[in-house]
Design a protein around this ligand. Structure first.
Ligand SMILES: Nc1nc2c(ncn2[C@@H]2O[C@H](COP(=O)(O)OP(=O)(O)OP(=O)(O)O)[C@@H](O)[C@H]2O)c(=O)[nH]1
Ligand SMILES: [Mg+2]
Length: 427
């Protein structure tokens, strides 16, 4: 559909309804969160968590290095997400793929969004779009935010979003992606997850290098990737393989799903063949993936039972994520800290118990006369050789370490609560 037609049909004037309000002082939103929560977290990590990781009684040298590096990696990743706090969710799904693979149609369909996201036979999605169920402070399915390059959050009515496709601004000097960094779209669904719709890129096209880089950047923070392929391509291209490899580089926890889209465009037999071929290519390329789903947003009667099963499975996957969990994000950083502290507590407790036993044995020796103890021979000397104060000190220090690890978990819980944010508007 032509842009002007699209705008006319939706009764929207791009300049009056989007550009002017964007640069006016109206409808600006702000992120309100407890100040310093992130600094408190960093401070706790450096002053209390690192010393425990580097404690020779808890981890050996090799583990220390490994654990410390992993902690730094998780912290950096968390800080990256915290710049876009609406993504502070258990699960971030990024949907990636070439132009017109059907990414946006898939999201509209899977999240039952009533087609509010712009789709088109030509390049459609202009900027990374964050779809967030249950976002406090905005009316779901009625409003959305545009994030400007200055970091301003401007609210608009959802009706206008559909028209904001890639070349709606063609009549203007600059494209949307030059004024807008991203869109945030709240939905009425529940669930502690967010979906990122990325602008497709055109392999081999110099001009779409920016789109490719921007897609890679916005996908890196995801822990699940849906890579969408138009089944009419017949296989996964070299470019897609390279794209996936660069996204997954150094991210061993990220799960990859392949969506073989527009299944309705191929006969059943050839669908299965293409699916097999892609599976083989991925295996040859040593790309780890969870599964390949056949999908179609244009279902009708052409769909065979295999495709139907795949569609069902993909819908179930989303359904599972939608089971609402109201707590704040369990980002890997937090479970990692918990695991490390649990290990520290467990280890201290074992030492604590063992040292107490040794201490008891040593103490009980005092009850016997030297003659009685002769029976112990060398063993007696060895036990007596143990310094009582040293044992006592060790017992105290393990007891303190256990208490401290517990305290750290409590503090992290508290900071987690403070990391929660609210969207507020001045008017
Ligand atoms: N037949 C058929 N067409 C589809 C299907 N999914 C999407 N399409 C069509 O494919 C075209 C592109 O869909 P989009 O959802 O805009 O694709 P996209 O991957 O988001 O594209 P960009 O945002 O430009 O990267 C549109 O004309 C859709 O109607 C499908 O399952 N079957
Ligand atoms: Mg799109």
């Amino acid at each position: 559909m032509q842009n002007q037609q699209l705008l006319d049909q939706n009764n929207i004037n791009f300049e009056d309804d989007f550009i002017r309000p964007l640069f006016s002082g109206e409808n600006e939103y702000f992120i309100e969160s407890k100040e310093n929560a992130l600094e408190d977290l960093e401070q706790l990590i450096s002053s209390a968590i690192f010393p425990i990781i580097l404690d020779d009684d808890i981890f050996n040298k090799e583990e220390q290095l490994d654990k410390a590096n992993k902690l730094i990696e998780y912290l950096e990743e968390f800080k990256e997400i915290y710049k876009k706090p609406w993504l502070l969710r258990d699960t971030i799904i990024a949907v990636a793929g070439k132009f017109s693979a059907g990414k946006t149609t898939l999201i509209n369909n899977l999240l039952e969004m009533g087609g509010v996201l712009p789709t088109n036979t030509k390049a459609a999605t202009a900027v990374p779009t964050y779809i967030v169920p249950n976002l406090m402070g905005l009316k779901p399915n009625k409003e959305f935010l545009a994030v400007t390059f200055e970091g301003k959050l401007k609210k608009f009515n959802i009706e206008i979003l559909k028209s904001l496709n890639k070349d709606v601004a063609k009549n203007f000097i600059i494209p949307i992606s030059a004024i807008i960094k991203s869109f945030i779209v709240p939905t009425s669904g529940t669930g502690n997850f967010a979906v990122i719709d990325t602008p497709g890129y055109n392999p081999g096209d110099k001009h779409s290098i920016y789109d490719r880089e921007s897609a890679i950047e916005s996908i890196k923070i995801a822990n699940i990737i849906f890579y969408v392929i138009d089944i009419q391509d017949g296989d996964i291209t070299n470019d897609a393989v390279n794209f996936i490899k660069s996204v997954l580089k150094g991210k061993s926890d990220t799960k990859l799903y392949i969506v073989l889209n527009k299944a309705d465009k191929k006969p059943p037999k050839s669908r299965i063949k293409i699916k097999e071929k892609i599976k083989q290519t991925l295996m040859n390329e040593k790309i780890k993936f969870e599964s390949i789903f056949l999908f179609s947003s244009n279902q009708g009667k052409k769909i065979d039972s295999e495709t139907e099963k795949d569609i069902e499975n993909l819908k179930n996957l989303i359904e599972e994520l939608s089971i609402s969990k109201n707590e704040i994000s369990k980002h890997a950083l937090f479970s990692y800290i918990e695991d490390v502290m649990a290990h520290a507590m467990g280890t201290s407790f074992v030492y604590f118990k063992a040292l107490n036993k040794i201490y008891d044995v040593k103490k009980s020796l005092e009850k016997f006369s030297d003659k009685d103890l002769e029976i112990l021979g060398d063993f007696k000397e060895k036990i007596e050789f143990l310094d009582e104060n040293l044992i006592k000190n060790k017992i105290d220090s393990f007891s303190a370490l256990g208490t401290e690890a517990k305290e750290i978990i409590r503090k992290v819980e508290k900071i987690k609560q403070q990391l929660q944010f609210k969207l507020v508007t001045e008017n």
